[in-house]
Write a protein that binds this ligand. Structure first.
Ligand code: 5GP
Length: 191
């Protein structure tokens, strides 16, 4: 594993949050341990089957890449891209489909791979979109769940970390499209 990431990161000046300080929230080793655990559970659940994992762009690309490298079953992947409207650090009312899946998921076992569930609006939208295509089964996997905010009338099947309502950055998650490449998760300092 590469060297530990720094305790603090300053948001680059090219972002409107430039100069603000992010503090280490979940270090890379802890993320990698959790991803391996989740992959083991999924490998067990889908043994002798070939699920299609659908990553929700953009934020889930890194989680997806790490997760699939730890699976020891046959699987396929696809991606879907959703826009949710709101300010940069909080999501509000509406979601819109920007890129649909290309695979035919009728009769397939589908695993939706999310980076973070905040209000739950995105996963509700995804559930409706999946149901239209009549898959054999659909489960939801998310690395992070904001338990104080999420308002869901169904269960997220596998959650990596339940986190408080803080804006997190890194490991695929952005602030103003920046800092997705950080290997650890960081959070804005609480005021
Ligand atoms: P929802 O509110 O629909 O559950 O989440 C909408 C989207 O908002 C997530 O998929 C993610 O892209 C973004 N989001 C929510 N919370 C955070 C956060 O703490 N950090 C970042 N970077 N994005 C977030």
């Amino acid at each position: 594993m590469a060297d530990a990431d720094p305790q603090e990161i300053t948001v680059p000046a090219s972002s409107r949050y430039g100069g603000q300080v992010l503090e280490l929230f979940i270090p890379q080793a802890k993320i990698q341990g959790k991803v391996a655990e989740m992959a083991a559970v999924l490998s067990e659940q889908y043994r002798e089957r070939c699920p299609i994992l659908i990553g929700v762009l953009n934020g889930s690309f890194m989680f997806m890449a790490d997760l699939v490298r730890q699976l020891d079953i046959d699987f396929e992947i696809d991606f879907i891209k959703i826009a949710s409207y709101g300010s940069e650090t909080s999501s509000t009312g509406t979601v819109r489909l920007l890129k649909d899946i290309s695979a035919d998921i009728t009769g397939r076992d589908v695993v939706i791979v999310e980076d973070i569930v905040d209000t739950g609006l995105t996963v509700k939208f995804l559930r409706n979109r999946m149901e239209e295509a009549a898959p054999a089964s659909v489960i939801f996997v998310t690395l992070l769940l904001k338990y104080e905010v999420a308002n869901l009338d169904f269960t997220i099947d596998y959650v990596g970390f339940n986190i408080p309502n803080r804006f997190v950055v890194g490991y695929g998650l952005d602030v103003d499209q920046k800092l997705r490449g950080l290997r650890s998760l960081y959070a804005f300092r609480e005021n």
